[in-house]
Design a protein around this ligand. Structure first.
Ligand SMILES: [Zn+2]
Length: 406
């Protein structure tokens, strides 16, 4: 029997009469665990995520017709109707809310303290009861949120659909990039992560822990991630962290109780914004489907073997952002996927309008050894703009809290 249902959720705080909404597509049994939640289009102008979702839904429809779906899978194929409506000068501006300039994937509500207060006197030594207690408290905390604008209402809605999921995947793309993912440092450690020692283990230990694989590790392997960036708090409160970091935070507040990371959340960057093709994205969908299969969301044997991890994970705090020191035309000398050595020249900024010979070319060098994984797709730079991102193996000193931009 087919289980697929589609629910329409109207967005609160829309302009009167505009009535924006999102559709959520539900497979499986709502009352059975586990629960996976997958969305695309939070940055509404990022086409590859929609394409992967398109082919994933085809696969899930077939699985549903064959009664193969186990647990519950929720897909939201167009997560940001506000952004989808922002066409300016022949370009879709889906990354920032044009009413206030805020990135749609930042400032997701932090409900840690509200949740902590609700569970304060009810925690026990039973980790399963604690997980259920925390999820009930999260629901209350989310219900009590009072967003001030339409984007806030959207964030509350997306959060309310996914806060109790075991797996949360947010499908994105970068400008010009290789396949990469962002996920929680505490999620990366091996499958025995349900132990206090692992929760407190340092990043170095987590990175070397490959005896048995965590779901985050398996996600990285199945998706073919060519860069894997780990942080528990990247700064800016992106969506995936809103779902996952609360478990670590509550453990910090209540260290004497068994509270384990119970939501594997990741932002998957499907390469660059122009990397859209049936061949590429259909395979991406097959990879995601295989991951879901391995995690127990589909019955029967997995027809494919999990690929080897392509690269070791590295700390998000080890990413060097090369910024433009001057404005001008950017000429990149290296491409995403190249390994760089400290001191390598990455780009030149050309200033044909400067009369002074010395200022006509500004050379940009990287400061660390690492993997060049992303370039801006703009070839015009303004001062301060991030042009390139390089993943190094060690945290960079003095990064501060805003790891996605500093
Ligand atoms: Zn994005």
């Amino acid at each position: 029997m087919k289980t697929k249902t589609i629910k329409k959720h109207f967005l609160q705080l829309s302009m009167s009469g505009s009535g924006r909404f999102i559709n959520s597509i539900h497979y499986g049994n709502v009352t059975s665990s586990p629960k996976a939640y997958i969305q695309s289009g939070l940055h509404a102008d990022e086409a590859p995520g929609y394409m992967v979702m398109h082919y994933l839904l085809e696969l899930l429809d077939i699985a549903d017709s064959e009664d193969k779906i186990r647990g519950e899978i929720i897909c939201v194929p167009a997560a940001n109707p506000i952004g989808l409506d922002q066409w300016f000068y022949e370009r879709l501006q889906g990354r920032f809310d044009t009413s206030n300039g805020i990135n749609f994937n930042r400032n997701f509500p932090d409900i840690v303290q509200d949740t902590a207060k609700i569970i304060e006197t009810q925690l026990t030594n039973d980790p399963d009861k604690n997980r259920a207690l925390i999820r009930d408290a999260m629901k209350i905390a989310i219900d009590n949120l009072h967003p001030e604008d339409e984007a806030g209402a959207l964030k509350k809605l997306l959060f309310s659909l996914s806060f109790d999921a075991d797996i949360v995947l947010d499908l994105h793309c970068d400008n010009q990039a290789i396949m990469h993912i962002y996920t929680g440092e505490s999620l990366w450690s091996n499958s025995d992560s349900n132990s206090d020692s692992n929760l407190n283990s340092n990043l170095e230990l987590n990175l070397n822990s490959k005896k048995s694989f965590s779901s985050a590790y398996e996600l990285a392997a199945w998706t073919g991630a060519e860069a894997i960036l780990l942080a528990n708090e990247s700064g800016g409160d992106p969506y995936d962290e809103a779902c996952s970091k609360i478990w670590c935070k509550l453990k910090e507040i209540y260290p004497d109780y068994p509270i384990y990371p119970s939501c594997v959340a990741a932002t998957i960057e499907y390469r660059g914004e122009a990397d859209v093709s049936e061949e590429l994205n259909r395979q991406d969908a097959i990879n995601l489907y295989s991951f879901l299969h391995q995690q127990g969301y589909l019955s029967g044997d997995i027809p494919l073997k999990m690929p080897e991890l392509k690269i070791d994970a590295t700390p998000l705090s080890g990413v060097e952002h090369i910024k433009a020191p001057v404005s001008g035309v950017v000429n990149f000398l290296r491409r995403p996927g190249e390994m760089l050595k400290a001191g390598d020249k990455v780009a030149e900024i050309m200033n044909p309008y400067f009369q002074n010979e010395e200022n006509r070319i500004t050379e940009l060098f990287c400061k660390i050894d690492g993997l060049l994984f992303s370039l801006t797709s703009d070839r015009m730079a303004r001062q301060g703009r991030i042009l390139a991102k390089i993943a190094g193996k060690k945290p960079i000193e003095g990064k501060g809290k805003h790891l996605l931009t500093a």
